[in-house]
Each structure stands twice: as structure tokens, then as C-alpha cells.
Ligand binder design. Sequence first.
Ligand code: PLP
Length: 422
Amino acid sequence: MDLSVSSDLASIPGSSLDVERIRADFPILGQEVNGHPLVYLDNAATTQKPQAVLDAIQDYYRTGNANVHRGIHELSRRATDAFEGARGRVARFLGTQDPSEVVWTRGTTEGINLVASTWGDAHVGRGDEILLSEMEHHSNIVPWQLLAARTGARLRYIPVTDEGTLALEALDDLLSERTRLVAIGHVSNALGTIHPVAEIAERAHEAGALLLVDGAQGAAHHPVDVGVLGADFYAFSGHKLCGPTGIGALWGRRELLEAMPPYQGGGEMISVVERDSSSWADLPHKFEAGTPNIAGAIGLAAALDYLEGVGTDAVLVHEQSLVAYALDRMEEIPGIRLFGPRDPEKRAGVVSFLMGDAHAHDISTILDTEGVAIRAGHHCAQLLMRRYGVAATARASFYLYNTREEVDRLLAGLETVRKIFA
Ligand code: PLP
């Protein structure tokens, strides 16, 4: 059965992507699920991987596998070059010239925990404040709660408007000389809202605070330039942008990283080990104890090459055109409740919604029987769910390989939901 997308659907108004060609790069998309061609709309949870990424990982294991930085032999040299080359690739992706400011992590969660543990323990004390928002993913809340419990610091929250944006007018009251750090998402995983990070950075810096950006969703849809954003730390995950799971990166300003103590102890992160003490390796190795995820780093670099080939700007425009199309039609569904800004340009490719009496899990289950994969739940954003007085939402999230025909399949599935719950 030919599951490719017809060419009229490949050109989407406002989108310059050749979606038909892109889909051919993703082997997983050509399958049936529950007797229907798969429609994968759970990209905010994780994205699919193009053949180029699968090949890069396989090539590494087939022809170049060795531990890095350790061996004086050809394979180790090759693995080290590929691994450090991947770090340079991430640095370029983030708009920075200095690869030693890029620390490999397991993903965004580990990057934020690293900063909360090392920078946090060194610089945050009783009565200090960390400013978050009510829209944060739990990964950008719980590490700060743990820090606050250790240090006696206080967490404060930027409120969320009914529209689904941050109420930035509250910054006048929330920012003070007690604020040590503002930690904010680049893009909301639950609503898709794109936050004005540069503006928040300016306000944070005026108050003498640092800015950490949770880039788990931002880096996937957006060209990122940490300098333009004004970030002091930026954390992201490979698997949200066509790369493998278990790999991500934390970027930090050199002088901040240099002043921070190590995160974990072990091999590779030391300079000299004595019986009772040790000294630390230079950046970024000080933060990278143990054998790293070498294949993951190489796969992540291949994903960045792939996205750059497509054009990161074009990805966001494509997603927004799908959101605009979806919102226009979903608004007509009786009993639907849509969350997040109505203006598609204020958001990346996420549509969060509820329908009448149907629970989000029922919506997702019914769609699954038609081969449409969406997410239902609190999206690791329980504070946001509480803000809107709901326990969960259904969430369809789009990426560069999704088509309007797939949005139509989502809408057809929602019509089934409507009939069942009518
Ligand atoms: N922050 C946001 C906004 C996210 O969407 C996610 C993942 O869904 C995370 C943080 C955590 O990312 P990871 O699980 O890859 O560490």
C-alpha cells in the first residue's frame, strides 16, 4: 500500500517544505497502526528519526566504536573526533563559537538538574528567590523545589493569562534584588506558546538575576541563538528534534560554568586524584563524569545537520500553517475547548483541547483506533492544568513531516469522538 502523501498536500500554504520528500526520509511513518496509515501527532513528546540519524548511529557502531579521550589508537581517535565534532555542531546550532561551553547531558531534565545542583547550591541561599512560571514543565519546577528545600530559597511564579501567554506585567512585582535566577521555557509543551525570552532575559538581568531557558520545545521548532536570547543557560534534548533519546546538551556562559563545582564524580572529569581530594578537568569535561553517550552525540549532530538542510525557520512556519488550519476547523466542533493563543504565530505546532464530556484519555484512545497518535494527560504541567481547572487535555503536536491530510484524519477522528459522546 502506498502511504506517501499526495503532492497537492505536500505544498501547504505558508509552508515552503517539500513534505513528501521529507516523509520519505522517515521510515517509521510508512506503517499502518490499527489498520490505518499512521498519523503521528505526538511530536512534543518525542519526534521520529530520519534515516540520516539512524545511519549515523549505525555507522558509528559498525565502523568507529571505541571509548573517547582514552585510547591511543586509531578507533579511539576517530570516536573522539566524531564525539567532539558533534559538540562543535551543537555549539554552532546554538549560535556560539565555543564548544567548551556545551556540556553533554541525558536531556533537558538533566541539564536543569545540573544547574540547580551545582550553580544553585553555590549561589542560592535562604530568602533568595527563583522565578518560574505556572506554565513550566515539571522538569523546570521540581529541580528548583529540591534546591529550595536544601537552601531555604523561595519559588515564585509568573502567572498565565486566560489566553495562554505569560502575564509579564507581573514581573514588576516578582523581580527584586532577592531574585537569583529566572528559569523559563522557550516554548510551552502543553500549549505551544512561544515565550518572549529575550524580553524576559532583559528584565531578569536588570534585576541582577540570571536566566535559564528550558529549550526542550524551543530548539525543536526555532532557530536558537543563545546570545540573541540573552540566556545564561540553555538546556535541550536531542529526541525532541529528530535525534536519539538519552542525549541532550546544556549550554552555559563560560564564566558561570567555570565557577560552578562539578555535578557528578568519576572518570574523565578530573585533572589529578589524591587520596583525600581531586582537582577538576577543564570545561566541559568537568561536568561529564564517566563514559558519555557517544553514539547519541553523533546521532544528535546528524539530526542537526538534517534540520539545517531543511531549514529550521521553515519548520516553524510549516507547523504554524498546520496549527492555523487545525484551529480554523476545530473551532467549528460543537463543545470543543481550545487552549492556548488563538494567533498561530504566537505558538509552535501544538494544539491542546477538550471536547464536551469526553475525557482526554477517551479522545486519545478513540483516535488511536483510527491510527492517529496524540497525547492525553497533564503533559507534566500540573500547575498549568490547575490554572485552567482541568485535570488533563488532549494534545496534537505537529512537526516537519506532518501534512494537512493528517490534520484532516485528526478531525475525522474527532467527529467519531463527538458521535460517541453525543
Ligand atoms: N521541558 C519541556 C518544555 C518539555 O516539553 C520536556 C519534555 O517533554 C522537558 C522539559 C523534559 O525533557 P526530557 O524528558 O527530554 O529531559
